[in-house]
Design a protein around this ligand. Structure first.
Ligand SMILES: [Zn+2]
Ligand SMILES: [Zn+2]
Length: 405
């Protein structure tokens, strides 16, 4: 069996894993790095089909290209297809607004949506001589680990092993060949319960002092996770951006989330912003959860602009801020690019690590429990940190390099 990473090896993002088995070519994930402009993986050769682990664009962003180009079928959960569709529309709008060339358009996206073959959740699929099984990945709703039984392979393309409000943690599945992400190789997360407490205490402090809290959050997963946490803790919260649309999709695909009733209650209790008037009410009320999570556009900029000179108020970041984003600049330099103008941010800026990825020890434990013969580490900037602790044959391929297992 030959394997080649078209992208996503020794880097976080733009994953594309090409597997050549007999006369078959198949692809696991095919994404891009959203940016201005985005960066892409190597062009895929003709493939028989694609298996898609989840909707994040670094795994799904190039699916419309490959599915329309080669008329390839795409296997995923229904929720992954539905969320991807929303993200494609958004990405095409951004590409058009910024005027950079893009590898596909609406037509290709529509063709690819027709080529999806979807499963409600964690199904076993038999096709084309392949025996595939989806397992919950605990990362975002709809995400799966992909087991190809006849090739003894397990793909853990973005996993989280801890329990959160939204999802159960991923459970290990025995496999001979394990492909695993290493986003947080070498880095541990804080204990989630303690983190939640500190986060809520911080919000309490700001509100008691008469300040406002703006919480930038990713539309997929983080917005809903935090809405559930804030609801459970009795806070009146306003939600702005794509998070409520995505929550509706999650509630339609109940098997992909841990507790549909709890998410439903939380979403009913939050106030949704639909207009500029709503935005003013939200800010007046005090706690706003809004996209985008890394402050690269979206309604969050309006809110930050309003509170940035108020020393009583706070921007509370809840996710990893990629190098080169507004969020990273805010964290490191207390500055933000506000509609093309760089401005100083004088309010409080805090960071809480609500990650959707397994931390170092969690990855190590997961790998041990899978008890593989071969481990292929990807989606990582620090793969050696994991490799050193793994008792198996470890592969850390480069993009474009062919490996045989
Ligand atoms: Zn992901
Ligand atoms: Zn990823």
């Amino acid at each position: 069996m030959n394997i080649k990473f078209l992208g996503g090896a020794r880097e976080v993002g733009r994953v594309g894993i090409l597997i050549n088995y007999g006369s078959k070519n198949l692809l696991v994930d095919y994404g891009l790095n959203p940016g201005n402009p985005p960066s892409y993986p190597e062009a895929a050769p003709p493939v028989d089909f694609v298996l898609l682990s989840h909707a994040h664009l670094d795994h799904s962003g190039m699916i419309p290209w490959v599915a329309s180009h080669y008329n390839a079928k795409v296997y995923s959960t229904l929720l992954t297809k539905e969320i991807s569709n929303v993200l494609y529309d958004d990405m095409l709008k951004i590409a058009e607004a910024n005027g950079y060339p893009f590898p596909y358009g609406k037509e290709e996206t529509d063709i690819s949506l027709n080529n999806f073959r979807c499963f409600e959740s964690y199904s076993e699929i038999k096709m084309d001589g392949m025996d595939v099984k989806f397992h919950p990945a605990g990362h975002i709703p709809g995400s799966v680990m992909i087991e190809i039984k006849n090739l003894e392979m397990l793909f853990a393309c973005d996993i989280n092993t801890i329990e959160t409000n939204l999802l159960h943690g991923a459970k290990p599945v025995k496999a001979k060949n394990l492909f695993i992400e290493g986003t947080y190789a070498g880095t541990e997360h804080p204990d989630r319960r303690e983190l939640e407490k500190e986060f809520l205490d911080e919000i309490d402090d700001v509100i008691k002092k008469g300040g406002k809290v703006v919480i930038p959050a990713f539309a997929v997963g983080r917005s809903q996770e935090l809405a559930m946490l804030l609801y459970k803790s009795g806070y009146e919260t306003w939600l702005d951006g794509m998070g409520s649309k995505i929550a509706d999709l999650m509630l339609k695909n109940k098997k992909c989330i841990k507790s549909p009733d709890k998410l439903k209650k939380a979403m009913k209790s939050v106030n949704i912003v639909y207009s500029n008037h709503g935005r003013k009410l939200a800010l007046k009320s005090g706690i706003v959860l809004t996209t985008s999570g890394m402050l690269n556009g979206g309604p969050v900029l309006w809110y930050v602009d309003k509170i940035k000179d108020d020393p009583k108020s706070a921007v509370i970041l809840t996710g990893y801020q990629v190098e080169g984003t507004n969020g990273r600049m805010l964290l490191e330099r207390r500055e933000i690019n506000m509609y093309g103008v760089r401005e100083k941010v004088n309010c409080n800026v805090k960071f809480f690590d609500f990650s959707a990825h397994a931390g170092h020890s969690q990855l190590i434990k997961f790998i041990k429990d899978v008890s593989p013969e071969n481990v292929i580490i990807f989606h990582s900037e620090n793969p050696m940190a994991l490799a050193e602790e793994i008792d198996a044959n470890v592969y850390i391929p480069n993009n474009g390099e062919k490996i045989k297992i």
